[in-house]
Design a binder for this molecule. Sequence first.
Ligand code: SF4
Length: 238
Amino acid sequence: MSLPEGPLVLADPALAIDPDEVLRFQGYKRGRDVPGPDVRALFETALAEGRRLMRPRALVRWARVTRVAADALEVEGESLAIPRIGALWGEVEHAAVALCTIGEALEQRVAELWEARELPLASMLDSVGSGAVESLAEYVNDVLCQQGLPSLKVTNRISPGYADWDVAEQRRLFRLCPGDAVGVVLNEACVMTPGKSISLLAGAGRAARVDHYFSQCARCWMRDCAYRRVPARATVHR
Ligand code: SF4
C-alpha cells in the first residue's frame, strides 16, 4: 500500500445525481412523499441545466496523523478538536483532507433565476447543485477507500460544522489543504466560495473503525472491488 504523496486533483468524474437526494433538499421525505409529474418535470429541466453548468472537481491531500485522543486528532501539527473522534474512528495513522466543488456557474444561474422571479426552477436548480456536491463528496470518499486498499481501512467522511465539530476548524483543514488548485476559498466566517463546496476529512488505519453506522460500500461505484463488504444499493457514478 502507498497513499498518494502531495495534493491530487480529481477532475470531472461522471457523477450520478440521486433524484431522491435532490428532492430531500426540496423538503420531500424519502419513502413517504411522492412528487407529482410537474415536480418530476421541473427536476429533469433543472438537472439538464445543472449538468451543463457544473464543473465537479476535488482536491485531495493525505497527511500523517501524529496523535489520536478521545476528542482530538493531530494531523501534521494541526490539532483538530473533533468530539468523540477517538471512539468513532479508533486507531488511525493517516487522514485525508479533501475539498470538493462544482464551481460557481450553477449558483450564478440560480441568482439570475431568482432575479427573474423564476422561483420554482431557481429552487430546484439550487437543490440539484446541493445534490451534486454531495454525490461528489461520496465519490471522493470511495476514491479514498480505494487508495487505502488493501491494508488500510478508510473511515466515512466528516466535515466541520456537522455533528458538533466546530465550523471554525475549517481554517485548520485549509492550512492542511489550501484550495487554490480547485478555486475554493474560505472567508473570515469560515464560509467557502463557491457555495456549492464541501470540505471533508477521512481517517485511515489498519485498525480503523468502519461500517459502525453506515457502510460506505453500499453507495460505492467500484463494482469489481474485491474488498466489498456489502452489495451496492446505488452509486454516485454513472
Ligand atoms: S467497494 Fe467498499 S471496500 Fe471497495 S472501494 Fe468501495 S467502499 Fe472501499
